[in-house]
Design a protein around this ligand. Structure first.
Ligand code: PSV
Ligand code: MN
Length: 399
């Protein structure tokens, strides 16, 4: 057992050494539901505040070196440029991460962006994607992450096949503008804001679009973008096998796209996703090239604490997946030993990896307990005092 524990510690430490997760700038800002917002005194409203908050999460966890940026929210005309972002990155020690074009908020996108029946709107959407690719080049970001709200609310109101062809064409043209090291990530979502049909509703549609766009396009799996009880780890296994898994947007959900903190509802599912990745790596002897990113914007927990909680939960579940005994598991699978195979997986899930993670943190010069370290720093109180006096109505990621 002692030997086993040593091996487990080694596996956990090596997993933690390679696990990095990107934070979303919008996860530090005030958000809400369509029924309203509950403002937080500490919520970030400027890009500098978002960098500052992300740096704080990175300071206590040590595994969040990049910040995903949403073009319209973070690069609003006249407020920030790629040069300013570069200066903020240098100042706060967090690099710009994936660049997210905004193809859903402008009034012209009422009937869609690349899938809009109006060619002028499609061109405007493409121009925005081109600008976003240029921003990504300037910020030295690898990934341009595309999510389309495109769809329709009522049967008969849109030509689904025409829209497919328009999106396909737009993605091909966008792909042609990529620099050699850049990637287009195509995200899917079954519904919301469109309620009858969504143009990229599931992983199969995203896969088809990514394949037809070109070799640098991959699929992005947002864990919140599935119907209840859908087997996400199977999707992950397939995309890995096809060489088409580009990255994740991590969050948890109970009913729809709830954007809750990771593992708050179903940690076993996140573990099973990480297990499929670890098993693929063990089977193939290769490392999967995946961008792990957080996409959460719940509105009740304090933003920075919630982000730290998600990051440490991701580390725990990633570490648990790393200690699955793959050799034994595959023997059980081959023999048809169902009970033993399932228990082999559950045994790893049951291990309390937190002490090993704490030791790893200390060995890397990080606080053993990131949340406690953050609370002790007084950062939250400082920003609440500084930011809290602002007029809250003007503060919104979605403004
Ligand atoms: C859409 O629900 C989404 O998951 C996309 O990734 C967006 O970029 C993000 O949330 C923020 O709205
Ligand atoms: Mn997402």
């Amino acid at each position: 057992m002692a030997l086993m524990t040593d091996l487990q510690t080694e596996l956990v430490w090596s997993a933690l050494d390679r696990f990095r997760i990107e934070l979303p700038s919008w996860g530090f800002a005030d958000t809400g539901t369509r029924f309203g917002k509950f403002y937080q005194a500490a919520a970030a409203s400027t890009i500098e505040e978002k960098f500052s908050d992300a740096a704080e999460v990175n300071r206590v966890t040590g595994v969040c070196p990049t910040l995903a940026l949403h073009v319209l929210w973070d690069f609003r005309e006249g407020t920030s440029s790629a040069a300013e972002v570069g200066a903020l990155a240098a100042r706060y020690g967090v690099r710009p991460g994936s660049i997210n074009p905004n193809l859903f908020q402008d009034q012209i996108y009422k009937f869609g962006s690349l899938g809009n029946p109006d060619a002028h709107v499609r061109e405007a959407a493409l121009a925005h994607i081109s600008d976003s690719i240029a921003i990504a080049s300037a910020t030295e970001s690898r990934d341009i992450s595309l999510w389309f709200a495109d769809g329709s609310n009522y049967p008969g109101t849109q030509n689904i096949r025409h829209r497919k062809a328009w999106i396909e064409d737009g993605l091909k043209r966008a792909h042609a503008e990529l620099a050699s090291e850049q990637r287009l990530l195509v995200e899917y979502k079954p519904f919301e804001p469109a309620f009858y049909h969504t143009d990229i509703a599931d992983w199969g549609m995203a896969l088809e679009f990514a394949r037809s766009a070109g070799p640098q396009a991959k699929v992005l799996v947002d864990t919140g973008h599935h119907y209840s009880s859908q087997n996400i780890e199977q999707i992950v296994a397939w995309l890995l096998d096809l060489g088409m898994l580009g990255g994740f947007h991590f969050n948890d959900r109970r009913y729809a796209d709830d954007d809750l903190t990771l593992g708050s509802i179903d940690p076993y599912q996140v573990f099973r996703i990480f297990h499929e990745i670890a098993l693929y790596e063990w089977d193939t002897g290769t490392r999967a090239d995946i961008a792990y990113m957080v996409d959460q914007s719940h509105n009740l927990k304090p933003k920075i604490e919630a982000m730290i909680q998600t990051v440490t939960t991701a580390q725990e579940l990633f570490a648990k997946a790393a200690i699955v005994d793959h050799g034994t598991l595959s023997r059980y699978q081959k023999n048809g030993s169902l009970m033993d195979a399932e228990n082999c997986l559950k045994d790893a899930f049951a291990v309390d990896v937190r002490p090993m993670i704490e030791q790893w943190r200390v060995s890397r010069g990080l606080p053993a307990r990131p949340l406690s370290a953050f609370r002790e720093s007084g950062y939250q109180q400082r920003i609440e005092a500084k930011r809290g006096s602002r007029r809250r109505e003007t503060v919104s990621a979605y403004a």
